[in-house]
Design a protein around this ligand. Sequence first.
Ligand SMILES: [Zn+2]
Ligand SMILES: [Zn+2]
Length: 348
Amino acid sequence: MRMTVLASGSKGNSTVISSSSTRILVDAGLSCREILKRMVLAKEDPATLDAILITHEHIDHVSGLSVLARRLRIPVFFTEPTHRAWIRMLTPRTTMTYSKWLEHIQMEKEARAAAAAENSGYDLAAEAASIAHVAAEAEALDSNLSLTRSIYAGADPDADDGELCDGTAGPAEALKKVDRTLLPAVEYFHSGTDFSIGDIAISPFTIPHDAADPCGFVFGAEGIRMALATDLGYMPPNVKSALKRVDVLLLESNHDLEMLRDGPYPWSVKQRVLSRVGHLSNDATAEFLEKDYDGGATYIVLGHLSEANNAPELARIAAEQALSSRPMLLGNRVLLASQASPLESIAL
Ligand SMILES: [Zn+2]
Ligand SMILES: [Zn+2]
């Protein structure tokens, strides 16, 4: 069994989990192009992927999802609330069409004219002002429309290089034609209920995080178990027990508490990260390793490290210190997943 972390961090998360016959991409938080590039770098063949599995709908876990799934024509596994939240996120706010708006303006104009006619003298100046007002509104609407359009285009992580990953359509074309919520196939799973994709058994467990229905996973095949648990506000009992008897553990070590407190984030964001639905600090991860971890993993991969509020060495030292307090765990190897490049595949 193999785990290849393509990217981990608040700018994008994606990991390949493979057995000898099945390959699953967990999260697609980079652009389609970047995921394909990193898979090739990590010697993983994108054409052999069987499915994409999503932990939760935050953008750092789904930004390349729809383009990649359509490109590879593979099913996407979500929980139903996550799928719905993802669709809502991608669906732009409904705005008035131009013809509806013209109708609306015409009615307003008639109402104003009727009101004016009721007054003793028909006010030419008021009518002129009203026409000017309509013209100004039309102009504002037009610039709003193009603004909306450019924001929407800019928000498409795959529109950045002028083609839709497979080179068939540019972003303008794509915006007109492609419904971004369209996927080749969608499969639902339920947190707490085991299922499988090919010969990989999957146990999804609920994690405390501010998303619709966020999950961590334990993957099992060929007698090996690999777990993935990032984006956790704290370590509740169900997560602690899900992470027992695993051979590879990808675990969040998001921030150093002092760096976060003194760092650049606005107060509200700091509060969110620190909250029980935010992210695990190096200290919280170390506490888990010291007190609750059963010590069975050959590899512990620290992931979702914050670039602004953590330093890889701080995360590593905290975890290694925690493990060294239990001499029997010195055989556990600590690896650091990175945002910038794939981690060498871990094969057991
Ligand atoms: Zn998240
Ligand atoms: Zn995340």
